[in-house]
Design a protein around this ligand. Structure first.
Ligand SMILES: [Ca+2]
Length: 476
C-alpha cells in the first residue's frame, strides 16, 4: 500500500524463487520494509545518512529479519535516465550496509515513476543503476521488484512485460516481480505478462481480512508454480493508544493466519518505523506516519513481537487475540478503529465501552447500557474472524446485569466470501433481575458458504447495563 500521495508507493517482500534453474529454490526472505524515521520515500536519498541506515539495519536484524526492502525513486538519485555520482554512492552504501548486517536486499525500482511509454529510457536507467553497483552491493540483491504496486492498466503491464525480462538479464537467476495490491492486479500481472517475465508473485495485503484472503486466493489460482510472497502488510496506529496498539497486534496475527493457511511462510511488515511529520512528502495523510513496528522515539510497539515470533519460526497462533478480558481496549471504543472489539448498531447503543473495574474480580469489562434497538437492529460489542477451513465457532462469555430490561445474549453471525450476511446463531438470553455473573454459551456450525464469523455480545431494549467479561472464542 502504502500508497502515499497521488503516486503510489510502497513495497514488499520475501521470496523464494524461481524456477527454470536446476539449483534449489532459495529460502524465503524474512523481509522488513524500510525507510528512515526522519526521511521517507525520496527523502531517504535526498537526505541520505549512513549512520541512520547503519543503526536501523542493526535494529531490523534484531527482529530476526534476513532482508530489507530498499526502494529507489529515479528522480531522487539523478536526472532521468542517469544516476548521479551522489545517488550511486548512496545506493551502494545502503546495499553495502545491509550486507554488513547480514541482510539481503529486495530492491524496488521505478518508484514514483510512471512514464510507461519510455521503455528505452527505463532500460537505460536500470542499466545505469546496476552498472554502478559494486560487487558487494550487487551480490546482496536477492529479489527485484520492478515497480511498487503497478497500476492495472495496459500501458503499465506492457511496460512491465518489456522491462522485467531486461531486468532478468541484469540480475540473472535473481527472482523478479512487480508488486500488486489487489486480486485483479495480481491476476493481471500473472496472466497477461509474457511467460517467464516475472518469477514471483508479490501481493500487498491491507485492510479487511476477507479481502486480504480473497487476494491471496487469487494469487494462488494464477501462481502456476511461482512462489507467492506477501511483500507488505501493515496497520496504522494513528491516535496512539493501548487500543490501537491492540488493533495492530490483532491485525498482524490475522494476516499471519492467512499466510499460514495459504502456505506462505512470512509476511513483510510495512514498515520498520513510524515517520516524523517532516519525513514524508507534503500532502501525505498523517495516517501514513503510523504504520511502523517502532515509534519515532525508538521504542517497539507490541506488534513487533508478532513479527519476531514469525521470523523465529514460531507457528501462527490458532486465532488472533480477541482481547477477551478487555484489558487492552481503549475505554471508549466508539471510533471503529480501536482495539479488538467494535460497537455494532452504535446508534442504538446508548453507552458502550470498557469499564476498568466492573469486570470479574475487579478487572476490566466491556459494557452496553441504555440500549435501544429491536430484533433487526441489535447493539453489540463484536469482532470478526476468518474461518480458514474451520466449521464451528464456540463462543462463551460472562454477563452481569444491573437493572436490566430487554434481551441480552451472544450470537455468531455468518458471512460469505463476498462479505454477504448469511444468518445468525444465538445463545439463550441472560436472566434479567439476577445480579450475579451468568455464563452464556453458543456453539454454532457454519451456514453453507460461510467463510467468516462475527461474535456478538448483544443487549437491546435494555434500560439498565450489562457488563461482559471472560469471553472465549474457539474455532474447530
Ligand atoms: Ca476482564
Amino acid at each position: 500500500m502504502r500508497r502515499i500521495l497521488a503516486v503510489s508507493t510502497l513495497f514488499a517482500a520475501t521470496l523464494a524463487a524461481l524456477g527454470g534453474r536446476a539449483s534449489a529454490a532459495p529460502a524465503p526472505l524474512r523481509l522488513v520494509n524500510y525507510y528512515p524515521a526522519n526521511n521517507a520515500w525520496t527523502q531517504m536519498w535526498t537526505n541520505y545518512d549512513h549512520a541512520t541506515v547503519d543503526a536501523d539495519f542493526a535494529s531490523i536484524g534484531s527482529l530476526g529479519a534476513n532482508a530489507v526492502r530498499i526502494i529507489v525513486q529515479p528522480q531522487a538519485v539523478g536526472t532521468w535516465p542517469t544516476i548521479s555520482a551522489r545517488g550511486e554512492a548512496e545506493i551502494n552504501d545502503a546495499l553495502d550496509t545491509a550486507a554488513a548486517h547480514n541482510l539481503k536486499v529486495q530492491l524496488t525500482l521505478f518508484d514514483w515513476w510512471s512514464n510507461w511509454s519510455d521503455t528505452a529510457g527505463s532500460k537505460a536507467w536500470v542499466n545505469n543503476l546496476v552498472s554502478g553497483l559494486n560487487a558487494t552491493a550487487r551480490a546482496d540483491v536477492a529479489m527485484v521488484d520492478a515497480r511498487n504496486e503497478i497500476p492495472n492498466t495496459s500501458a503499465a503491464l506492457s511496460w512491465a512485460g518489456t522491462v522485467l525480462p531486461y531486468i532478468g538479464t541484469l540480475f540473472p537467476g535473481i527472482p523478479r516481480t512487480v508488486s500488486t495490491n489487489s486480486a485483479a492486479s495480481v491476476t493481471a500481472v500473472a496472466t497477461q505478462l509474457p511467460s517467464g517475465a516475472l518469477t514471483v508473485l508479490d501481493i500487498h495485503l491491507y485492510g479487511d481480512a476477507q479481502q486480504m484472503l480473497n487476494t491471496a486466493d487469487a494469487a494462488k489460482a494464477v501462481a502456476n508454480g511461482r512462489p507467492i510472497v506477501i511483500g507488505e502488510h501493515g496497520y496504522s496506529t494513528i491516535g496512539e493508544s493501548t487500543g490501537v496498539d491492540q488493533a495492530q497486534v490483532r491485525d498482524y496475527q490475522q494476516v499471519r493466519r492467512i499466510a499460514a493457511y495459504e502456505g506462505i511462510p512470512y509476511v513483510a511488515p510495512w514498515g520498520y518505523s513510524d515517520f516524523t511529520a517532516s519525513a514524508i512528502p507534503a500532502g501525505t495523510s498523517d495516517r501514513e506516519r503510523y504504520f511502523g513496528l517502532r515509534r519515532v522515539d525508538g521504542t517497539w510497539k507490541p506488534a513487533a513481537n508478532v513479527i519476531k515470533n514469525m521470523f523465529s519460526g514460531q507457528s501462527s497462533p490458532a486465532l488472533e487475540s480477541c482481547d477477551c478480558q478487555f484489558s487492552r481496549e481503549d475505554v471508549a471504543p466508539y471510533s471503529g478503529s480501536l482495539g479488538s472489539w467494535r460497537v455494532f448498531d452504535a446508534s442504538a447503543a446508548g453507552q458502550a465501552g470498557v469499564d476498568r473495574t466492573a469486570g470479574v474480580g475487579g478487572s476490566p469489562a466491556g459494557y452496553l447500557g441504555s440500549t435501544g434497538g429491536d430484533n433487526y437492529q441489535v447493539p453489540a460489542l463484536y469482532q470478526g474472524f476468518l474461518l480458514l477451513g474451520h466449521a464451528t465457532v464456540t463462543l462463551s462469555a460472562k454477563a452481569r446485569l444491573v437493572n436490566a430490561t430487554g434481551w441480552t445474549h451472544l450470537s455468531v453471525a455468518w458471512f460469505d466470501r463476498n462479505e454477504g450476511y448469511l444468518g445468525t446463531t444465538d445463545s439463550t438470553n441472560a436472566v434479567n433481575g439476577q445480579s450475579a455473573w451468568q455464563t452464556l454459551t453458543v456453539t454454532a456450525t457454519k451456514l453453507q458458504g460461510a467463510t467468516a464469523a462475527q461474535v456478538h455480545l448483544k443487549s437491546y431494549g435494555n434500560a439498565g447495563t450489562v457488563y461482559f467479561d471472560d469471553v472465549s472464542v474457539a474455532l474447530s
